[in-house]
Design a binder for this molecule. Structure first.
Ligand SMILES: Nc1ncnc2c1ncn2[C@@H]1O[C@H](COP(=O)(O)OP(=O)(O)OP(=O)(O)O)[C@@H](O)[C@H]1O
Length: 292
């Protein structure tokens, strides 16, 4: 588990990251979301040590990160960081060496990843001769080639088409299933689909954090109820807020969710109850609620 404890950064008088603490559990994809300027990139830079924290620290399994521990991480920085005008395989080989691999190991690992992305025949090409999506794949290859102990990925999916996102996620799940992964994103549909754990930042502070299922269970739970012939009777029920009725089907919010059984029993007594489902909020809805 990677943990962030009290990380703080000001620029002049402006507090940009304000005593931020959260966990990035191993074996999970942790989504890091927040509006532009919320402080995600600044936090990730402090975790990676490329920007000094003014207060606080980051720890891996309880041990504060030092240069050595960070050199085993994989990082995609916001500004990317590969050289546009240099051949791809040369760069990856050099980077692998920086991460402690021999040149031969680095080249073998880079070639394997490039092959996986169907880019091996472009290994000698300059990075900027590739499409943006393929450049992004090379960035991912650079983050993965030394079998990292944790991944810090700043907007790794931006600019990728849906198939490319899927193949990237398959690769992450396959090769990094037991390490902490933190990725920032503005694509809430992706966050909904990919996250096992979520951290929501607003104005430099954590406003929601937790496992996806716990957050959803603790959010605004609705019920879809279908009663034949008509669900209109629910409107008069105390403790039931009817959000929408369409003939036999209604979307309701219960003031006291533990009364769901009573409502279901009344529906049965009145006629035919054909459906009664809990509808958990999506992570996008949790994000919107937390940042309202
Ligand atoms: N070097 C700097 N000097 C002054 N202010 C800075 C500096 N770097 C970042 N900031 C400010 O810190 C705030 C947080 O920026 P940061 O890039 O961390 O946010 P973010 O959540 O990653 O945003 P985005 O989603 O747009 O990438 C912003 O208001 C930004 O203008």
């Amino acid at each position: 588990m990677l943990s962030v404890r009290g990380l703080t950064r000001r620029y002049g008088d402006k507090m940009v990251v304000d005593h931020v603490s959260f966990d990035i559990p191993a074996g999970m994809m942790t989504g890091f979301v927040g509006a532009n300027g919320a402080g995600k990139t600044t936090t990730m830079r402090m975790i990676m040590g490329v920007l000094a924290a003014q207060e606080g620290e980051s720890l891996l399994n309880g041990v504060p990160l030092d240069r050595d521990a960070r050199s085993r991480f994989g990082y995609i920085p916001e500004e990317r960081g590969l050289y546009p005008e240099q051949p791809i395989l040369d760069q990856l080989g050099y980077l692998g060496e920086l991460h402690g691999l021999s040149r031969r190991e680095a080249t073998a690992s880079a070639s394997e990843l490039l092959e996986r992305f169907d880019l091996l025949d472009r290994a000698k090409a300059k990075l900027d001769s590739l499409s943006l999506g393929n450049q992004q794949r090379v960035q991912i290859a650079a983050a993965l080639l030394h079998r990292p102990t944790a991944l810090i990925l700043d907007e790794p999916f931006s600019g990728l088409d849906p198939d490319a996102v899927d193949s990237m996620v398959d690769l992450l799940r396959e090769r990094c299933s037991d390490i902490p992964i933190l990725f920032s994103s503005h694509q809430l549909d992706l966050v909904d689909r990919l996250c096992d754990h979520l951290v929501v930042l607003q104005g430099g502070r954590v406003v929601a954090e937790g496992d996806a299922e716990d957050l959803r269970e603790g959010g605004d739970i609705l019920h879809r109820i279908v009663t034949v012939p008509d669900a209109g009777w629910l409107r008069g029920m105390p403790g039931v807020q009817v959000l929408d009725v369409d003939g036999a089907s209604a979307l309701i919010r219960l003031e006291d969710p533990s009364r769901a059984g009573t409502i279901a029993a009344q529906a049965v007594a009145r006629g035919e109850l054909t459906e009664f489902n809990r509808i958990l909020p999506t992570l996008s809805e949790i994000f919107r609620e937390a940042t309202r």
